[in-house]
Write a protein that binds this ligand. Structure first.
Ligand code: CA
Length: 367
């Protein structure tokens, strides 16, 4: 009753205020507001930091981001994963140089996972991580800051404006949020490529980015923010096929031609291993920030398994939003209902793959 009385009060007050305005003033006011809002939306691309282990699909994701007017890449921070840290930093610097974007800060970070040995993926990405394509030496210089410190600094510089897009193991993000837990409440969003709710791509349970540093992933999922999780299971349903590669091959430019070569390598490797196309893992995470309507997200509580014999690195998603409540009565437990869980993740459960691939191609073609 109290709530409804106060609502009535507000409505009445609002009505009186509107009544004092002549009709045309109200119309003009709304028109001006609409113009200001639309101008603000157009002139304010979303600030993002991409934490990356480049990586063929990382390279595609970075070039998509650098060519998308909806987002402004404030920094690339490099984490070991697909390749060792030094190779990753070299690759990131070559990629921003290829795109003519030395204005983007590129910083190295962690040298190894928090609590285990690094697992590198030259098998999938080529010896240099970039499909064995030799890009020209970078004209850009590395930022001397430690990646996690740069993340902390930028999040404080632009409170509630930065979207983190980690597309590698979560080591750097875990280091940043452990050193300064306040960033969890100061970012706009965190959209990761990692995890899966329907089996892994490393083994039966785990996805590679989470498997490469499960302790870091556990810290990130329990940091207090809502993690948007674009997992391998959706990446594997968002494929670059021969048809799409052919579209990229019809136009030319330094970035376009590099993407065509990476695409050829990545697609051949996927086909050799029995997949019909190349999984756009990391690019889809960037795509989710560029155009959130490309994906379907569902709120869930996700825990990261760090101990399981067969399941270390699995993202365990609770799809009921609750755990059974078992209470000890004498020599046994009795179910007494449910304990409800607060969601800590928005899990991507579907993508509009065709529309995403067309967006990707349109941003890269002729560049
Ligand atoms: Ca990656």
């Amino acid at each position: 009753m109290r709530g409804s009385a106060s609502l009535q009060h507000c409505s009445r007050k609002g009505f009186l205020q509107v009544k004092q305005f002549p009709f045309y003033s109200t119309v003009v006011l709304f028109a001006v507001l609409a113009l200001v809002t639309s101008a603000f939306a157009q002139s304010s691309p979303q600030r993002v930091i991409i934490d990356t282990d480049p990586g063929t699909d990382d390279a595609l994701a970075i070039l998509l981001a650098l060519n998308s007017p909806e987002i402004k890449v404030e920094a690339l921070t490099v984490v070991p994963g697909n390749v060792v840290a030094a190779q990753g930093l070299e690759n990131a610097l070559k990629l921003v140089s290829l795109a003519g974007r030395c204005d983007v800060a590129v910083a190295g970070g962690a040298q190894h996972p928090l609590n285990q040995k690094l697992i590198t993926a030259e098998y999938w990405h080529g010896q240099n991580g970039l499909a064995n394509i030799e890009l020209p030496a970078s004209k850009c210089k590395a930022d001397p800051q430690f990646g996690p410190d740069l993340i902390i600094e930028l999040v404080h510089k632009y409170p509630h404006e930065i979207t983190l897009i980690p597309v590698g193991p979560l080591t750097n993000i875990a280091l940043a949020v452990s050193k300064d837990p306040s960033i969890a409440g100061l970012v706009k969003d965190i959209v990761i490529m990692g995890g899966s709710i329907t089996g892994g791509n490393v083994n039966g349970a785990a996805e590679a980015n989470i498997y490469n540093d499960p302790e870091a992933a556990a810290i990130v999922f329990s940091a207090g923010w809502i993690v948007t999780m674009v997992g391998s299971d959706i990446g594997e349903r968002t494929l670059m096929t021969r048809k799409q590669l052919a579209q990229i091959q019809t136009t030319h430019g330094p970035e376009n031609d590099f993407v065509a070569k990476v695409g050829e390598f990545y697609l051949s490797r996927a086909e050799k291993n029995g997949y019909p196309g190349a999984a756009m893992y990391d690019p889809l995470a960037v795509g989710t920030v560029v155009d959130p309507t490309l994906v379907t997200l569902k709120e869930m509580h996700v825990d990261v398994e760090t101990k399981g014999e067969f399941t270390r690195g699995e993202t365990v998603a609770n799809r009921m939003g609750a755990n059974e409540k078992n209470v000890l009565h004498g020599d046994r437990y009795v179910i007494e209902g449910y304990d409800y869980l607060k969601p800590n993740a928005r899990v991507c459960v579907a993508s509009d793959a065709d529309r995403f691939l067309q967006l990707f191609i349109s941003r890269i073609k002729g560049k």
